[in-house]
Design a protein around this ligand. Structure first.
Ligand SMILES: [Zn+2]
Ligand SMILES: [Zn+2]
Length: 171
């Protein structure tokens, strides 16, 4: 996603603008990230702040149901006038920063996708009370109990199993 910054490049330091964006992430899980981007001219190039929101499509880590997970995140990035190679340079701590393109634009796609990955939770559940799937028959226990009896192998559990089965029959 390229943002044209020519409107501020000839202006003074501190000159800024903002615009809305909608970015289509090329993945099945993140249809579109929308938000607002703020760009300010600085002594080294431009500083960017972005407020982003999206809806992740995931499957629940327990029951595997499809869920939609709203996600909001923000990030700040710097885009330098040109890449600095010298480690002695005062800008060396920005060596991994992005650069302004020759055509007067900045490409924020890479930054946005990096932050999106960072902010995406590793595991997500459809709800805190998700009961998950039955280990034996695979039924979704959120939709009702299945008729499986817990698999008990140790002899000490045998009595318990009898109790369990009797209870089930009397229900
Ligand atoms: Zn679930
Ligand atoms: Zn079952």
């Amino acid at each position: 996603m390229k943002i044209n910054i020519e409107s501020i490049t000839s202006g003074k330091i501190g000159e800024k603008f903002q615009q809305n964006f909608s970015y289509d992430v090329n993945s099945d899980n993140n249809p579109v990230v929308q938000g607002q981007i703020f760009v300010m001219k600085t002594n080294y190039g431009v500083g960017v702040h972005a407020d982003c929101s999206t809806i992740l499509r995931r499957s629940c880590g327990r029951c595997l149901d499809d869920i939609k997970l709203p996600l909001k995140f923000s990030f700040n990035e710097r885009f330098l006038k040109e890449k600095t190679e010298s480690p002695e340079n005062e800008l060396s701590n920005m060596a991994d920063a992005f650069t302004i393109e020759a055509d007067g634009t900045i490409d924020v796609s890479q930054a946005l996708e990096q932050y999106l990955v960072l902010e995406t939770p590793l595991k997500s559940l459809c709800g805190d009370n998700c009961k998950g799937l039955c280990q034996q028959c695979g039924s979704n226990l959120n939709q009702g109990t299945c008729s499986c009896v817990p698999r008990l192998s140790h002899p000490a559990w045998e009595n318990l199993r009898d109790l369990w089965e009797n209870k089930k029959e009397s229900v």
